[in-house]
Design a protein around this ligand. Structure first.
Ligand code: COA
Length: 330
């Protein structure tokens, strides 16, 4: 059932290392990928393909769940009824995306409970950007516009990839993210073209988020550990640098047209190569954040642990079969 010798409940690393894979099966698998076929859960797949997909989809699912926290803290303070309603809906959508992605990862054999445990113990990573605080309403606006835009660049590319369940989850997520982007853009333009104080507040938030956004696409192609193999398997459909460049191509003009700018004098497009140049975005900070030492890592995990604990009775109630004796009649 599980190709590549993987036994779901055991340590994937050990399993992968223990398995010597049949060269004929490997060649046929790569040929399927090269022909653009989708790989489905019960198809044979190399153990490392399975392991890498679990890593990536699981990290993505955690990012959706943790990503709801900085925006969630602003629901009660969002300015006005319309913004509150939009934010509530967006936060609900993000949690839904997390569930879709956990389900996609489960098709590869890792139980959801184990994924949640790995998040809470700090073993699994999630996106760097959600370890920064949303200090003002303008920070929420930058998340809603630019972080969602960055996520769409990544997700749209990878939705054309090779693993069926992940691609189908991403297609659905992108459709909802397109709405998020519209509300984020609307809120961004509103502040940018509002009073001088609103404009200033937005510029200050963009200044805070610029580096985390540059980091979001991952280390440069030279430093990326997994890109080469993931692109050969069409799990990743663009390299980190290409996705970053595509984002800058699309969103630097949109930010500048409303009189806001990214705080980097070296952010310029080279007309010959078509590539954006930028100052060193302090990759040491990125590695510290993804190791768990960012400004909000401890707080984010503490909130998730609290929610896990407080929600235990709901999960237990759902798992308990109904009998007359469990629900006493009045
Ligand atoms: N946040 C946290 N960790 C990151 C990261 C980010 N923005 N970008 C890279 N990393 C981590 C990688 O997970 C990897 O660590 P690991 O080996 O311990 O897992 C390390 O940095 C080296 O990066 P790289 O080799 O480039 O990883 P990658 O090929 O998996 O590419 C992504 C990184 C984020 C582009 C890729 O995993 C991806 O597209 N993921 C799915 C989308 C997603 O998770 N989006 C986030 C929320 S919307």
């Amino acid at each position: 059932m599980y190709g590549g010798g993987f036994i779901p409940d055991e340590n994937p690393k050990k399993q992968t290392e223990a398995v010597a894979e049949d060269p004929a099966l490997l060649a046929e698998f790569q040929a399927r990928i090269d022909r653009g076929e989708k790989i489905e859960p019960h198809d044979w797949m190399p153990a490392m393909y399975r392991k890498q997909l679990i890593r990536m989809i699981e990290q993505h699912a955690h990012s959706e769940i943790i990503g709801a926290l900085p925006e969630g803290t602003w629901i009660t303070r969002a300015p006005g009824f319309r913004r509150k309603m939009a934010l509530i809906a967006k936060v609900q959508d993000e949690i839904g995306h997390g569930h879709l992605l956990y389900t996609a990862a489960e098709t590869l054999g890792k139980p959801r409970e184990q994924m949640i445990n790995d998040l809470l113990s700090g073993k699994s990573k999630y996106s760097n950007v959600f370890n920064y605080p949303a200090v003002t309403w303008a920070d929420v606006t930058v998340i809603g516009f630019l972080i969602d835009a960055a996520a769409i660049v990544n997700q749209l590319a990878n939705s054309k990839g090779s693993y069926g369940p992940y691609c189908r989850a991403l297609e659905r997520i992108c459709a909802e993210e397109a709405f998020h982007l519209k509300q984020g853009h609307d809120a961004f333009v509103y502040l940018a073209t509002g009073t001088p104080q609103q404009h200033e507040m937005l510029q200050a938030a963009v200044n805070r988020w610029y580096k985390p956004i540059i980091h979001f696409f991952g280390p440069s192609d030279k430093e990326s550990v997994h890109s080469e193999q993931l692109m050969r398997w069409k799990v990743k459909m663009a390299s980190n640098d290409d996705m970053r460049n595509q984002f800058l191509d699309m969103y630097v003009p949109k930010v500048r047209e409303v009189g806001i700018d990214f705080p980097d004098p070296n952010l310029k497009k080279d007309p010959e190569t078509g590539k954006w140049n930028f100052s060193d975005p302090d990759w040491d900070e990125f590695y510290e954040v993804i190791k768990g030492n960012g400004p909000c890592n401890a707080e984010r995990l503490a909130v998730r642990k609290w929610a896990e604990e407080k929600g235990r009775w709901v999960r237990q109630a759902l798992a308990t079969p109904y009998t007359k004796s469990t629900v006493p009649l009045a």
